[in-house]
Each structure stands twice: as structure tokens, then as C-alpha cells.
Design a binder for this molecule. Structure first.
Ligand code: FMN
Length: 140
């Protein structure tokens, strides 16, 4: 199965989470492409079977949290995702508010079926996070 993992990362946490997810999915035998929202080609990403989009949490820590502008702009540039599965994820410190539902809704508006929303905090991606990626895939 082809999996595209796209992330926006300011200081590396979200990139590390994306890479941990990707490594685990590769070990399960999938073809995984990981790119930042800056480098990823939306046309290529739109062709994956499972599309995972992750952002760091931007806001005022306890209120007004949102995905980064670059993340939302990348989702806007995706093509028709009818028949595709998607996962949204974010890294954060305190609270994520409506960040994940908003990202999920933007992907649904493209036609994707969102099969998972996951938030992660801490210095390194956990086993839970990795198995979450796999569970998203098994429903794809
Ligand atoms: C300007 C700025 C605003 C932030 N706002 C929030 C916030 O509203 N809520 C929160 O939980 N974390 C917030 N954070 C913390 C980051 O989302 C968190 O550290 C994230 O894991 C960073 O990911 P990165 O290393 O991939 O950039 C903020 C960080 C910065 C620099």
C-alpha cells in the first residue's frame, strides 16, 4: 500500500513523529513517502492510498490553537481524494483545541475518509503513536 506522510515542523518534533510513523509502516511492508509541506508534491500525494498530514500546534497555548498556515494551504492544494483514507496528527505542548477536527474537515472537503486523528506530545514518538499509524492503515 502507498502511504504519503506530510508534515510541518518548526523545531523537529513533528518531523520526528512523521518519521517514526513512516518507519513503522515501512516495517509492515508499505511503500512510504515522507515529505514536509514545503517539499511535497500535492499531485503525487493525492495518489497515495493513505494520506497522513501532521502539523505542530500554533496558538496561545490554551486557546486559539490551529494547524500552521502551510499545512492548511497544502491540504487546499490536494486533488480529489474520493476513495482515499486520511489520518491527521499534530504535536503540541498543552492543548490542541479544534486543530485536529479542522484539519480532518479540510480533508473530508476534498473527499477523503478520515480514519484517525492523533495528537502527540513528549520528547520522542511513542510506541502508541507508531501502532496508531498501523491501525489507521489497517482500516485503509
Ligand atoms: C509560536 C508557538 C505557538 C505555540 N502554540 C501552542 C499552542 O497553542 N498549544 C500547544 O499545545 N502548543 C503550542 N506550541 C508548542 C508546539 O506546538 C510544540 O512544541 C510542537 O511539538 C512543536 O513541533 P515542531 O518541533 O515540529 O515544530 C507553540 C509553539 C510555538 C513556537
Amino acid at each position: 500500500m502507498r502511504v504519503a506522510i506530510i508534515y510541518d515542523s518548526h523545531t523537529g518534533t513533528t518531523r520526528a513523529a512523521a518519521e517514526a510513523m513512516g518507519q513503522h509502516l515501512r516495517e509492515l511492508g508499505n511503500e512510504v513517502h515522507i515529505d514536509s509541506v514545503v517539499d511535497a508534491d500535492p499531485t503525487v500525494v493525492s495518489q497515495a492510498d493513505l494520506i497522513c498530514v501532521g502539523s505542530w500546534t500554533q496558538g496561545l497555548f490554551v486557546i486559539l490553537q490551529h494547524a500552521t498556515k502551510a499545512t492548511m494551504q497544502f491540504i487546499e492544494r490536494l486533488g480529489d481524494l474520493a476513495g482515499k483514507k486520511a489520518i491527521v496528527f499534530c504535536t503540541y505542548k498543552l492543548a490542541t483545541g479544534s486543530l485536529l477536527p479542522t484539519m480532518a474537515q479540510a480533508l473530508r472537503a476534498k473527499g477523503a475518509e478520515v480514519v484517525g486523528e492523533y495528537k502527540f506530545r513528549g520528547p520522542a514518538p511513542t510506541q502508541d503513536f507508531q501502532s496508531y499509524a498501523a491501525s489507521g492503515l489497517s482500516s485503509a
